[in-house]
Design a protein. Structure first.
Length: 619
């Protein structure tokens, strides 16, 4: 994977503040009008705050102090005071409402935009990329990391508007009394120093906390995904301890993060209050000397309390910046990931089954050097004529599944080419293979929805076509027996169905699209041999009009015999290719493989031994 040059790396020498500004600039540039409206609301709020100080100073000198001296006031003065306060208050409320609404809109729009971008990146990246990244980590990228990246956007307009208030209020303070203004301004270097110390201590803690979030999500997903193995093998306590270990690490990191925030926030709150106290003490001395009046002190003190708002809002943003930078970096690793498949512009001509060709294919999994048993392919050559059925047969680890992934272009070969109707799959337009080819894996996935949704996957197929696909897959009988037929809800991962029923439903999902090339990777292994034979026979008869080409990974002899020809794989290459009878006659390895179960069963009947042990010996 690679990262964009604009990607702030939390391990680089660039300060967190500068990297955070880059992230915020992306947001401002992406939604300029929403951000501008939020800042406008914040500016209105800031100006009315400063106006409040002038109003309070004016009312102190013209209404409050005269009334205290005389013991009485007039209705006109009280009405004027109420009107001024009400007018300023209404404008301030409108500014706050606009700032909060558009700031929240900005934040949620950016989160939604980048969640969609991450999801699109997941869809465009090949299977080989996904195999290198745990599911929990990928979920964290699209959820927690996106959320953290744009967390500072909510208080950001308040900061920008407060800068306007800072300038106006600072100028007003200097105009009112230079000495009090200088006393008030002493607090800002202290705030800057506290922030630098905080950022340096918080950045590594925030980085670790974000990484641990992904690890906890990964362990949880793995445990849920393997719930059957966990329950049947009695590993509940082990999985609980494994999850607890990661959760405790995350808890400790979050506590440490919270302690730092708990130390930083009170200091940021206390510094402005200490400044107000200093202004009042110096102000009393200035009043005693006659340098300023009471109204001036009230105005300056109130203006300084207003300056506390920019300080606090800046603290909110600065406190979220480390997590934002870490979240942005983790999101960018997905968006900038290498491995995207290139596509051409060519289209397949309409017609019957596709002609499939593999020419000098070579493929290594990324972990081959670390794991000697990783499946590889080398110099694979295969030709499947349109409308014919070819069985891929070979021992475990010979590369059958890998070859099916290459034919469906879920991964690209390291060397050689795969062609469909003579066209290199790399030259085909995006979506062309998915439109004409269907792969049904051995391990099927059933969505948490109805039967109809699981077959159509949201595409516009009539119920008649759905039932036809179910009949070809020999799934119509058990679907018809469900309480609501096609509208029956299957539950998460199809827990209400057996393994064979799930496989047949997945096969119907492929058939309803009328593919020109159907690839079955041991897709009927969970059904009994008789049903499997009927399914394959139905496919040959039911799809005869389409001349569909079929490539099937097979292990049962009855299934193999239904194929037009057989490709025998061993050691990552095709050792022989011909009809079943031809391979039986000339290939000792093929003959030993397909007759192993029969020989094991025969010895078991003669010796009374465990047939499973003999089967393993025969293999």
């Amino acid at each position: 994977m690679s990262s964009s040059t604009a990607d702030p790396d939390p391990h680089s020498e660039i300060p967190v503040f500068r990297r955070g500004l880059r992230v915020l600039w992306v947001a401002m540039r992406t939604e300029p009008w929403v951000f501008a409206l939020a800042v406008l609301g914040s500016a209105v709020h800031a100006v009315t705050n400063v106006a409040s100080a002038h109003v309070l100073g004016y009312l102190t000198d013209t209404v409050i102090l005269p009334s205290l001296d005389s013991g009485a006031t007039t209705t006109a003065l009280l009405t004027t005071a109420a009107a001024l306060l009400l007018g300023v208050g209404v404008l301030k409320a409108l500014g706050i409402a606009a700032r909060r609404f558009y700031a929240g809109l900005h934040q949620y729009r950016m989160q939604a935009r980048y969640r969609r971008a991450v999801s699109r990146a997941y869809l465009r990246l090949p299977m080989s990329w996904h195999q290198r990244h745990p599911t929990g980590q990928l979920l964290s990228r699209a959820n927690a990391d996106v959320e953290a990246a744009w967390q500072p956007l909510a208080p950001l307009p308040l900061v920008v508007g407060s800068l306007c208030m800072l300038v106006v209020a600072g100028g007003a303070m200097l105009h009112t009394d230079l000495v009090l203004a200088l006393v008030a301004f002493v607090v800002f270097p202290a705030v800057a120093l506290v922030n630098v110390i905080f950022q340096r201590r918080l950045a590594p803690v925030a980085t670790r906390a974000q990484a641990l979030r992904a690890q906890v999500a990964g362990v949880a997903h793995e445990s849920f995904d393997g719930a059957l193995a966990v329950k049947t093998l009695g590993r509940e306590d082990t999985e609980t301890r494994r999850f607890a270990t990661q959760a405790h690490r995350l808890r400790d990191a979050q506590i440490r993060l919270g302690r730092l925030r708990g130390l930083f926030d009170p200091i940021m709150e206390a510094l402005p209050n200490l400044g107000v106290l200093a202004v009042l003490l110096v102000g009393m001395v200035r009043i005693s000397s006659g340098a300023i009046g009471p109204g001036d002190l009230v105005q300056v003190a109130y203006l300084f309390t207003l300056l506390a708002l920019p300080v606090r809002s800046l603290g909110f943003v600065l406190g979220d910046l480390p997590r934002s930078v870490v979240g942005w970096r983790r999101v960018r690793t997905v968006l900038d990931a290498d491995g995207e498949m290139d596509h051409g512009s060519r289209r397949l001509e309409p017609g019957g089954g596709l002609a499939v060709g593999a020419h000098g294919l070579g493929f290594d999994y990324p972990d081959t050097e670390r794991h000697a048993n990783a499946t590889t392919l080398h110099e694979v050559n295969l030709t499947v004529q349109p409308g014919r059925t070819t069985a891929l047969v070979g021992p475990t680890g010979s590369g059958k599944t890998t070859l099916t992934l290459l034919l469906a272009r879920l991964v690209d070969a390291d060397s050689g080419t795969v062609t469909l109707d003579g066209i290199d799959v790399r030259d085909l337009a995006h979506g062309e293979i998915a439109r004409t080819t269907a792969l049904v894996p051995q391990t099927t996935f059933v969505f948490d929805g109805t039967v109809r949704h699981n077959v159509t996957l949201g595409e516009d197929h009539s119920d008649a076509l759905v039932w036809q696909a179910l009949r070809l897959a020999h799934a119509d009988s058990f679907v018809a027996a469900l309480p609501e037929g096609l509208d029956s809800h299957l539950g998460e991962r199809g827990t209400t169905l057996s393994g064979g029923q799930r496989q047949r439903l997945a096969l119907a999902r492929a058939l309803v699209r009328r593919p020109r090339l159907l690839i079955l990777d041991d897709a009927t292994s969970a059904v009994d041999p008789q049903v499997e034979a009927r399914i394959l026979a139905a496919l040959r008869e039911g799809m005869a009009g389409t001349q569909m080409t079929t490539v099937v990974v097979a292990s049962r002899r009855a299934t193999i015999e239904l194929a037009d020809d057989v490709a025998y794989l061993a050691g990552g290459t095709i050792e022989d290719h011909g009809t079943h009878a031809e391979l039986l006659a000339r290939s000792a390895g093929y003959r030993d493989l397909v007759t192993a179960y029969e020989r094991a069963a025969r010895r078991a009947r003669l010796d009374g031994d465990d047939p499973r042990r003999d089967q393993e010996a025969a293999r």
